[in-house]
Design a protein around this ligand. Structure first.
Ligand code: PXP
Length: 246
């Protein structure tokens, strides 16, 4: 079964728009996580960015205490955030690149160009019993490097596919890249997740990508929640994921 990880960063983004730097304002990302779980989400994802632009340290600690599914802690490889993750002990961390000027995570991690650094973080996480996923563009060199890093998972970056969704030819090329990367990862013994820019319209076609275990989805769920509520938004997404061939 294809699982749904709900990214609740955007709930915190909305809170920060009014209550900058405060954890006690509304809407509460932890309450959103609990609502998503009650509606059937299989895990919760949160990204503690270095600039703390949305999720704050205390949010992550409350998530750790209160959620009943799996915590996927998205993080950049910096000494401060690595130390935070090791003390937090989420079930899994997803290593992402982070640039201060970007609106969201805009590209995959360059594992091939920083194999020693990624390996070291994978080793530290493994010692703490934390699984590691690497957020990667569907690029064969990056997938090959991931297989040598010690990570158990990759998360394929679906942003390029999502952006080209309305251009049929380009969309097909992006889907082909995702299919090839998922096959290669599976053959190399990696487990495969995917995420970024996914929504009710583009998830069904993604079903052609083999070996997927989990989709991490944020923006569209929080956007839909304005109109139908978060629980219904999660249920709608689970419904379109249900016939993934697996
Ligand atoms: N996966 C990763 C690694 C991400 O950085 C993000 C964006 O925060 C997502 C998934 C979710 O993307 P979106 O908010 O576009 O659904």
């Amino acid at each position: 079964m294809l699982k749904l990880g709900v990214n609740i960063d955007h709930v915190a983004t909305l809170r920060q728009a009014r209550y900058r730097g405060r954890e006690d304002g509304e809407p509460d990302p932890v309450a959103a996580a609990l609502a998503a779980e009650s509606a059937g989400a299989h895990g919760i994802t949160a990204h503690l960015r270095e600039d703390r632009r949305h999720i704050l340290d205390g949010d992550v600690r409350r998530l750790r205490e209160q959620i009943r599914t799996r915590l996927n802690f998205e993080m950049a490889i910096t000494p401060e955030i690595v130390a935070f993750a090791l003390s937090l002990r989420p079930e899994i961390v997803c290593l992402v690149p982070e640039h201060r000027q970007e609106v969201t995570t805009e590209g995959g991690l360059d594992v091939a160009g920083n194999l020693a650094g990624v390996r070291e973080v994978c080793r530290q996480m493994a010692d703490a019993g934390i699984e590691v996923s690497l957020f990667l563009d569907p690029d064969p060199d990056q997938v090959a490097a991931a297989a040598r890093s010690g990570a158990g998972f990759i998360e394929l970056h679906t942003g390029a596919y999502a952006e080209r969704f309305h251009q049929k030819r380009e969309r097909q090329l992006e889907l082909d890249r995702l299919v090839r990367a998922a096959r290669q990862a599976h053959e190399l013994g990696l487990r495969v997740n995917a995420g970024h820019g996914l929504n009710l319209a583009n998830v069904p076609l993604l079903h052609v990508v083999p070996h997927l275990e989990e989709l991490n989805i944020g923006h569209t769920l929080i956007s839909r929640a304005l109109f139908v509520g978060l629980a219904e938004a999660v249920r709608e997404m689970l419904a379109v994921m249900a016939d993934y061939p697996g």
